[in-house]
Design a protein around this ligand. Structure first.
Ligand SMILES: [Zn+2]
Ligand SMILES: [Zn+2]
Length: 144
């Protein structure tokens, strides 16, 4: 008799308060590009799949246009994921993979480091970054 009462009481308490910490269950973290400010909920880590891998942790999401069930039937491959960003191997800032924000040259480098350390990079890489930045600035000015 007593235990029944206790059971009912605790059931009410369970529904009444939500103590579950959703942030701990959610594997997604907030990624924010240190240059353009793009924000996205992403997964973070080493993306290693059947047909390739990234040699350093990246910010990625599963491609929302590919049904999850289809993906589960076979091994995941790089095409199933969208890589949104990475970490600059020089300054460790999080940056998106937009050409205006970072380049991949053996490792990921943010545009700020590429421009600051331009002598360490091939002219083409620096030029492409500067060009992309100019374009990004132009389109930002247009939308404002
Ligand atoms: Zn960016
Ligand atoms: Zn950097």
């Amino acid at each position: 008799m007593m235990s029944e009462e206790v059971g009912e009481g605790s059931k009410e308490a369970e529904t009444g308060e939500e103590t579950e910490d959703v942030t701990q269950l959610n594997p997604f973290i907030q990624f924010e590009c240190g240059i353009c400010g793009m924000k996205e909920n992403t997964l973070h880590g080493n993306l290693q799949v059947s047909d390739g891998f990234f040699n350093c942790p990246v910010f990625f999401v599963r491609d929302p246009f590919i049904p999850y069930t289809r993906v589960r039937a076979r091994k995941p491959c790089l095409a199933d994921f969208l890589v949104l960003g990475g970490t600059c191997s020089m300054c460790e800032r999080s940056v998106c993979i937009d050409k205006a924000c970072s380049v991949y040259f053996g490792a990921r480098f943010c545009a700020i480091c590429v421009i600051r350390e331009r002598r360490r990079f091939p002219e083409k890489v620096v030029e492409a970054t500067l060009k992309a930045q100019a374009q990004a600035e132009a389109s930002a000015a247009k939308s404002n």
